[in-house]
Design a protein around this ligand. Structure first.
Ligand SMILES: [Zn+2]
Length: 69
């Protein structure tokens, strides 16, 4: 059992960054000292390029295409 977690940064091409709790998956607008949902203490924001997959970026581009035209 882990008692610490970290924020996983999600970057969006056409939106604000979000931070996801690595323990429960809670999405926050900004990293906090502890997860508001599960209460797990955070080691700090961690940028994980392997997690920020290209599909998210692609979805953002597609959304912009459909709703921006
Ligand atoms: Zn959490």
């Amino acid at each position: 059992m882990k008692n610490t977690a970290h924020w996983i940064r999600q970057t969006h091409l056409f939106g604000k960054d979000e931070y996801q709790c690595s323990a429960c998956g809670f999405l926050a607008g900004k990293p906090a000292a502890a997860c508001p949902r599960c209460g797990t203490k955070m080691k700090g924001a961690k940028y994980d390029p392997s997690w920020v997959d290209e599909i998210s970026a692609f979805d953002a581009i597609v959304e912009d295409y459909y709703f921006g035209n």
